[in-house]
Design a protein around this ligand. Sequence first.
Ligand code: NAD
Length: 401
Amino acid sequence: SDLPPAFGALRLPRSVLFGRGQRHALGSAAGKLGKRALLCTDERQAAQPEFHAMVADLQAHGLEVRVFDRTIPDLPIGSINACVEEMRGFAPNLVVGIGGGSSMDMAKVVAVLLTHGGDIRSYYGEFAVPGPVMPLIAMPTTAGTGSEVTPVAVVSDDERGVKVGIASPHLIPLVAICDPELTATCPPALTACSGADALTHAVEAYTTLARPADPMLTQDHVFVGKNLLSDHFARLAVDNIFRFLERAYRDGSDMEAREGLMLAALAAGCAFGTAGTAAAHALQYPVGNLTHTAHGDGVATLLPYVMQFNRPFCAPAFAELARTVGLSDAAEEDMSQAFIDAVADLLGRVNIPPSLAALGLKADQQDFVAENALNAARLVKNNPRPLDLPAMQSITRAAFS
Ligand code: NAD
């Protein structure tokens, strides 16, 4: 790489509020940004007493509020269009996403469509959002996706049978409000799969390719590549996930663990929002679509196999992560393998499916997965070890059983 050794770059929201009780800051933050707020959420979240308190808080700060509560996990295009149609007449000038990644991504894409018009399909990829969108506030209720700070939204294109990413700096929320208390209701399986999602973000961001610097962070480069600052956030995320994921999984009322995990998800979002992700994410897109399994389960099932494939190209980085999580027993040359084994072990302890077969993939779908994963060109290019069809097939086969 021709990066200077101490190059650092991050793109972040204007404000990030983190900590127990910070959800109560929503009204005052929103009151400064708009007058008509659209809240994107799902039915579960909209039924919480907490949610009614948030709506009341927004109204108390002078906002007119409309709620769209029919967000569906993984964000099928039909639900996006339903929201846009329903809210066009209301003409919001602020969009708030409250929920998991699906609700926050709904807020992002609806803000794009209500600001710039057009069809969601015309915004796929990295360069299509033409300019700023109306102000966005994101408030996660899972500790995983990091969408509250990332320039990404992921939608499910049912017609084409694939998940597709939309990436633009304009998708970064203006304000992220991260209140770990909102994750207290997550059942163990959701805690595990969202924490494992964050682990995958952090590991992939830590091992992507460093790119030539684009100091102005222009539209031409949504992801500026791994660097000093993204590495810092990735290590924080990995450390916290190793300390807190199993604890929160076993005892959902352990608020210290919930807080540590939400910080990890936020930090992993800061890391991959800058550095991007790679093969595990490219492969999850077709796997998720074929098996209808959660994004976090898919990327985490794939993660140890992708790491094993990448190991010859990033052993020093894995060894650093091994030291980050306190692995010190192995000889130096074995540290990278020790970290891969520790990742697989942690994922096993929180019951992430150990193989693509266990996720429900059929044997005759393996080649489709490998071929289709190559379509995620940005993620493929970002992988530390070059990827072609035989490489994708070998990862898929290893991960299958
Ligand atoms: P989700 O938003 O899809 O929700 C999954 C389920 O969890 C829903 O039924 C929801 O109601 C429930 N849930 C959410 N919060 C809860 C809580 N506090 N208590 C109990 N149940 C709760 O889940 P997710 O895993 O956060 O998001 C996944 C989506 O995010 C996928 O579409 C994925 O592709 C996307 N994603 C986006 C980014 C990004 O940067 N934009 C990154 C990673 C993943």
